[in-house]
Ligand binder design. Structure first.
Ligand code: F0G
Length: 457
């Protein structure tokens, strides 16, 4: 497997350390076996998330020095506005402190108790923001999304038949908005094809349902379209992104992903009336519409990062780096979600640890082992994150896959860091039969994975 050439050199470094195994064991015990409760300095290779953890460029840092910190009408806002307009094309936008703040505003304005919001798959914060308003997030991704070995090039696609019959069954009047997540983070970071986006947009439009794209990883999605979808090989990433967003009525964006910043996001839309209401909601909770919970310097970093995030040389490196880790793990026989996504490698923990049932969290068991064995921090994307009780029957519903995500921060780690992950998996695979399941000893109602506590069974 080939490691891609990094299209950058390193100008600033941050030391990392491997603390000894005994200390790792006791720290994890104190953390209730939840890696979110660890101190970052006690982690060697941190693959918890690709969100806000990227390395900014010298151009982004330079732009930050030019941040205009005026309360209203700052120049930085207008620079960001121009960039957003040129890529996304929506008529209006409000900056937010991150993606979930955009989701909160959208849910506050549109979702009412008992209403449904379909998507391919909602990510955890979107799911929770809809539920927090009494709504019902509904996932309608194609079936291939749940077959880790399926090589379908666009496993993030919405199942258009399911979407149509869902709308017929539910009634469009009970669907205040429809969404799609690009790439599908809850389902292996898999892309959505342009053909599918056209289909989804057409179905929503014909029923008068506003269409919002969860756009955090739109640049990676655009790159996959260019690489895999017939007819797009000669189109630029910018051009592909513009076509994607021209199909929608708006977007929620966490700039912490494909805009390569440490904090920030926005909510964009065409509808002027919705924009006015969003501004009022923003002023109440985030800030004045020309800064929305961010500093002027943050707006500058996003404006530059959006451009860097759609650079093809960068995107080719990014996707190949992820494919390298995936390929090396496959060589070891570790079951992964194929083909690898853009921002992360997803391990099929259910298949890796068949002796641990979903109710005992095989993914959590693997996350714990990765830290104990190699000081690596990953995240469970399975029953810890997504199992919930059915609002009607109260029965526990488990997700179809028990996965562990190794998310790769942008422009941060090199080959030797990823090789350390591969070597750690070698050791873990040898002892997998002795790995045990976990029992939850504490969990809040929503977004429980962040603060849950566990004990080994
Ligand atoms: N939508 C998707 C698809 C996401 O992956 C995330 C965040 C959000 C929305 C919310 O954005 O964090 O800026 O509020 N995902 C991070 C992750 C946390 O680790 O995947 P946010």
């Amino acid at each position: 497997v080939h490691y891609p050439f990094e299209p950058f050199r390193i100008k600033m470094v941050e030391p990392i350390h491997l603390i000894d195994r005994q200390t790792r064991e006791s720290l994890l015990r104190e953390a209730g076996y939840n890696v979110f409760a660890l101190k970052a300095r006690d982690v060697l290779v941190d693959l918890l998330t690709d969100s806000g953890t990227g390395a900014m460029s010298h151009i982004q840092w330079g732009a930050m020095m030019q941040g205009d910190e005026s309360y209203a009408g700052a120049a930085s806002y207008f620079r960001l506005s121009e960039t957003i307009h040129s890529i996304f094309g929506f008529q209006h936008f409000v900056p937010t402190h991150q993606g979930r703040a955009a989701e909160n505003i959208l849910s506050a304005l549109l979702v009412k108790p008992g209403l449904f919001v379909p998507s391919n798959m909602h990510f955890d914060t979107t799911d929770a923001n809809i539920r927090a308003r009494g709504g019902r997030p509904t996932n309608l991704v194609i079936d291939e999304a749940f077959i880790p070995s399926s090589m379908h090039p666009f496993k993030g696609n919405m199942d258009l038949c399911k979407l149509k019959s869902f709308i017929d069954h539910t009634g469009p009047e009970n669907i205040p908005l429809g969404m799609i997540t690009v790439t599908n983070n809850a389902g292996g970071g898999q892309p959505v094809s342009m053909e599918n986006l056209h289909g989804v947009a057409e179905i929503y439009r014909s029923h008068g349902i506003p269409f919002f794209i969860d756009a955090c990883r739109y640049a990676e999605n655009s790159y996959f379209i260019q690489q895999r979808e017939p007819g797009y090989q000669d189109r630029s990433i910018l051009d592909i992104a513009r076509e994607m967003f021209s199909l929608a009525d708006g977007a929620t964006m966490s700039a912490k992903k494909d805009a390569i910043v440490n904090i920030g996001g926005f909510l964009a839309m065409n509808d002027e009336e919705l924009y006015r209401r969003a501004c009022n909601e923003l002023i109440l909770r985030e800030g004045f519409p020309t800064y929305g919970g961010l500093a002027g310097r943050d707006l500058e970093a996003i404006a530059v990062g959006l451009q860097e995030g759609i650079d093809e040389t960068y995107l080719a490196y990014r996707v190949k780096q992820t494919a390298y880790l995936a390929g090396r793990l496959k060589e070891l026989g570790i079951p992964i979600m194929d083909p690898p996504g853009g921002h992360a490698v997803y391990i099929d923990a259910g298949a890796f640890l068949p002796h641990i049932p979903p109710s005992e969290f095989p993914g959590q068991s693997l996350v714990v082992e990765l830290y104990i064995e190699g000081g690596i921090r990953g995240v469970e994307i399975g029953s810890v994150m997504f199992a919930h009780s059915d609002p009607e029957t109260g029965a526990m519903i488990h997700p179809k896959l028990e996965m562990v995500r190794l998310a790769i921060p942008r422009r941060v780690y090199t080959q030797s860091h990823l090789d350390h992950v591969v070597n750690t998996f070698k050791l873990i695979a040898e002892n997998r039969d002795s790995m045990r399941g976990y029992r939850m000893t504490y969990a809040p109602e929503l977004l429980r994975h962040f603060t849950a506590r566990f004990e080994p069974i």
